[in-house]
Design a protein around this ligand. Structure first.
Ligand code: KG4
Ligand code: ZN
Length: 383
């Protein structure tokens, strides 16, 4: 009999994370060392710096995760690590560390797809384990690097995923970050835009973008995507709205709110980022609210159209953008109206973490899907 304990390690982007999870469900520790401050100075993630920072952080982060969980290395059943997608150099740090640890301890190593991890951040909280007749469910993964829709189901052995939608250009979180940068709000912009949007008028500006009609068959401008997939697809596009915001700012000669972030942080740590609203002019707040209204509306339109097309009863929404308050409220209200259920991870498990990696590894461990010595970093890994 094993202990059910898996140590998860995640280093695909700008967070070094380690977590111990029991039975794929019970989080005993969840340590995340964020590099946000470092990359914030450059307005986005600098891959070379991210790799170096992972190398600096990985050992202390793993040590802390083991200490907080109060377990010994000998207690572990397996070590799980993000294998991709992500930044090559960043992934290599986590994988090399996990491989060496598994080798030294003579424990099984399990490579996990980061996107499967995000989905399991919801599954591990009891969602997704619906009765068989309720499967498949729809999983929307919406983050800084990804906007994907999957039909997901599972049998005794493992989970299966079929991609039924993805962004043909920018990810939704990427649009958030680019617009925030444009408005002078710094990186990453999502949490700041979320807080500021609440103080603006979402009807002030109408953005029409990403109008990829959800019709069975040829519904995406991406020819390659059509060739690869069969059946209806519900793709996304977020680069148009970023350009529309830029045009709006130019046309109305708006000045970027440079310094707002620092001023809000300096005023009081408790103020951030909500307190920044008093430092922004109303036109900026209205633009942010209108942008968010359009992005969330677009995510909803494609997701609910897909749910209807596939006769799905429940939707799991995960990834950094799933932390967004308006997104949670509107998805929940629409699902209620349609008699569907929608589930999100806790806020802590919405953005990148290692608990979701350990959780996604659990069914693989139970069914003996162990990685061998050939495990490598796969930056473009598909789910
Ligand atoms: O899942 P995540 O931590 O990393 C990736 O896998 O990409 O997601 C980070 C992304 C960033 O683009 C960030 O701006 C966005 O999630 N984000 C948000 C919010 N919190 C984080 N976007 C909108 N509203 C939020 N509250
Ligand atoms: Zn992620």
């Amino acid at each position: 009999m094993g202990t059910g304990l898996i140590l998860g390690i995640e280093s695909s982007c700008d967070e070094t994370a380690a977590s111990v999870v029991r039975d794929g469900q019970c989080v005993l520790s969840n340590i995340v060392a964020s590099q946000v401050e470092l990359h914030g100075n450059y307005g986005g993630v600098v891959p070379e710096l991210a790799s170096r920072e992972h190398l600096r952080n990985i050992l202390p982060v793993v040590r802390q995760a083991m200490q907080e969980a109060n377990v010994t290395y000998a207690d572990l059943d397996a070590i799980a690590v993000t294998e991709g997608p992500g930044l090559a150099g960043a992934l290599l740090v986590g994988i090399t560390f996990a491989k060496s640890l598994a080798f030294g301890l003579d424990k099984p190593l399990i490579g996990v797809n980061h996107l499967e991890g995000h989905i399991h951040a919801v599954v591990m909280q009891g969602e997704g384990n619906r009765e068989k007749e309720e499967l498949p469910l729809l999983a929307l993964v919406v983050s800084g690097g990804h906007t994907h829709l999957y039909l997901a189901s599972h049998d005794e052995q493992s989970w299966h995923y079929r991609n039924v939608g993805r962004t043909v250009d920018d990810a939704a979180g990427e649009a958030y970050d680019k617009v925030a940068k444009l408005l002078g709000l710094g990186y990453p912009g999502g949490p700041w835009m979320d807080a500021l949007a609440a103080h603006g008028n979402p009807r002030a500006v109408t953005f029409n973008f990403g109008q990829i009609t959800p019709r069975p068959g040829a519904v995406t401008p991406n020819k390659k995507a059509i060739a690869e997939r069969t059946g209806p697809v519900f793709d996304f596009s977020f680069s148009g709205i970023k350009t529309a915001v830029l045009r709006y700012v130019e046309t109305h000669a708006m000045k970027p709110s440079i310094g707002i972030r620092h001023a809000a942080l300096a005023a009081s740590p408790d103020l951030r980022p909500a307190g920044a609203a008093s430092l922004c002019d109303q036109q900026t707040l209205d633009l942010i609210a209108s942008f968010q209204y359009a992005v969330v509306g677009n995510l909803m339109r494609q997701s609910f159209a897909a749910a209807e097309a596939f006769g799905v009863r429940s939707i799991l929404v995960s990834g950094g953008v799933a932390a967004n308050r308006e997104l949670r409220q509107r998805f929940t209200a629409e699902a209620e109206k349609r008699g569907l259920t929608v589930a999100f991870p806790s806020l802590a498990l919405s953005t990148d973490n290692a608990a979701m990696i350990a959780a996604a590894a659990w069914p693989r461990f139970l069914s003996g899907q162990i990685s061998d010595d050939s495990l490598v970093a796969t930056p473009q890994l598909k789910l």
